[in-house]
Design a protein. Structure first.
Length: 211
C-alpha cells in the first residue's frame, strides 16, 4: 500500500520523541516510534490493547481504547488482552479468557471493573473472591471463578495461546497496542503525550488497513 506524504509524516514525526523504540530489521540506522515484529498469523486485521488491572496508564487510556473499539475501519477488529505475569497471577488471565470465550459481550465491562477494582478499591487480581467481585461489578451473570473452574481444560489451552501471542509480539509492558500483528506501540514512545499516542496508533491503523 502506497502511503500519502501526510500519513508518512504522521507515522515518522514521532521518531525524535523517543530513544527506546527498537529498530526493525532491515532499517538499521533509522529509529522508529514503534517496535516491529514478524507478523503474527491470525492477527493481521486486529488492533490489540494489552493491559494490566494494576497499571495506572492502562486505566488512563481505557476511554481511548473503548472509543477505538467502536471506530475501527471495516474488516478490523479490536481485542483487549491482559498481560500474563506473576504480579496479576494466572488466575486473573484465565478469568479474563473465560469471560472472553463464554461472555464476550461483557469483556469491556470486565476490563473496566478490573481497573477500578484493583486501583480504586485495592482488590487483588490474585484473589478469587476479588475476581468474583469484579465479575459481579461487570454484571456478568455467573460467578467468574466458577466459570473458570468448570472450564479449566479449555481455558488452559487458551492461556497457552495467550502466552505464546504475548511472546511473539514481544510485549513487555502495559499498556501496549499491537496493530496488524506487526507493530507495537506504548505511551512511552510519545513521552506520555496522549494526543500524540492516539495519532500514532491511528496512523498505524490507517497504514495497515486493507481499505
Amino acid at each position: 500500500m502506497r502511503l500519502s506524504k501526510s500519513l508518512i509524516t504522521t507515522i515518522f514525526a514521532f521518531a525524535s520523541l523517543t530513544a527506546s523504540a527498537q529498530t526493525p530489521e532491515g532499517q538499521q540506522g533509522q529509529m522508529n516510534p514503534y517496535i516491529q515484529v514478524k507478523t503474527v498469523v491470525g492477527d493481521e486485521y486486529t488492533v490489540r490493547a494489552f493491559f494490566s488491572p494494576g497499571c495506572s496508564y492502562s486505566k488512563q487510556y481505557f476511554p481511548f481504547f473503548s472509543n477505538l473499539r467502536t471506530t475501527l475501519p471495516a474488516g478490523e477488529k479490536f481485542e483487549f488482552t491482559p498481560v500474563v505475569n506473576k504480579g496479576d497471577g494466572v488466575g486473573y488471565a484465565m478469568s479474563f479468557l473465560a469471560v472472553k470465550r463464554f461472555y464476550p459481550q461483557y469483556v469491556s465491562n470486565f476490563v473496566e471493573a478490573s481497573l477500578r477494582g484493583v486501583q480504586d478499591l485495592g482488590l487483588s487480581p490474585k484473589n478469587w473472591a476479588a475476581i468474583d467481585r469484579i465479575g459481579k461489578a461487570a454484571h456478568i451473570p455467573v460467578s467468574v471463578p466458577k466459570l473458570v473452574n468448570d472450564n479449566r481444560t479449555v481455558l488452559l489451552k487458551d492461556l497457552d495461546q495467550a502466552i505464546q501471542l504475548q511472546s511473539d509480539l514481544k510485549i513487555t509492558n502495559t499498556p501496549s497496542v499491537s496493530v496488524a500483528g506487526t507493530y507495537i506501540v506504548t505511551p512511552e514512545f510519545t513521552m506520555g503525550d496522549s494526543a500524540q499516542f492516539s495519532s500514532l496508533v491511528n496512523g498505524l491503523i490507517s497504514m495497515t488497513s486493507p481499505h
